[in-house]
Write a protein that binds this ligand. Structure first.
Ligand code: HEC
Length: 146
């Protein structure tokens, strides 16, 4: 009897979390809501709350356009792996937060030209070598405002 109850409970929890995951997967994760199975009144209600798919895409584009750092957020994720999410530094990796834009631009250009600043400059040569002038500029602005 107890075992049956336990089995039922486990089945319920599994189904429920599966449903949650399925809903999340459909509505949020892919970015493109699937409304195929929701037509007529259901669809009207959905659009009333969330807007049409096109409206949702436009809102996302506007959000990206109003983010002056959207072009380097992906790059920064790489930098942050060593320098920390907030540029706070980690162990041997120097902090960047608190430095001004010109300081960062100078450092990155030195690394790009394979110049030596500290004992571990060679680590930064590969990092800075692939950055464009525009990326160096935007990254430096981003770091300045951290
Ligand atoms: C693999 C780890 C690693 C990654 C990834 C990395 N860095 Fe560095 N960074 C270092 C190390 C180590 C130093 C110290 C180099 C030296 O001794 O000159 C450094 C130094 C710097 C400095 C000079 C700091 C100072 O005060 O002299 C700047 C600026 C910098 N990095 C920016 C960046 C940016 C921007 C990125 C992403 C494009 C990045 N780093 C990615 C490890 C890393």
């Amino acid at each position: 009897m107890m075992n049956d109850l336990l089995g039922l409970m486990i089945a319920f929890v599994l189904t429920f979390s599966g449903l949650l995951y399925y809903t999340y997967d459909n509505l949020e994760y892919k970015g493109y809501p699937r409304v195929n199975s929701c037509t007529g009144e259901c669809y009207e209600e959905y659009v009333r709350i969330h807007g049409t798919t096109v409206e949702q895409l436009m809102a996302k584009q506007e959000a990206a356009a109003s983010d002056p750092f959207s072009s380097i957020r992906g790059l920064w994720a790489g930098c942050a792996a060593c320098h920390g999410q907030e540029g706070q530094g980690m162990g041997v990796f120097p902090a960047l937060v608190g430095q001004n834009k010109d300081y960062i631009i100078t450092a990155l250009n030195q690394y790009k030209n394979k110049e030596t600043r500290g004992a571990m400059s060679s680590t930064m040569w590969a990092q800075a070598g692939m950055l464009s002038e525009q990326e160096i500029e935007t990254l430096s602005e981003y770091i300045e405002q951290l």
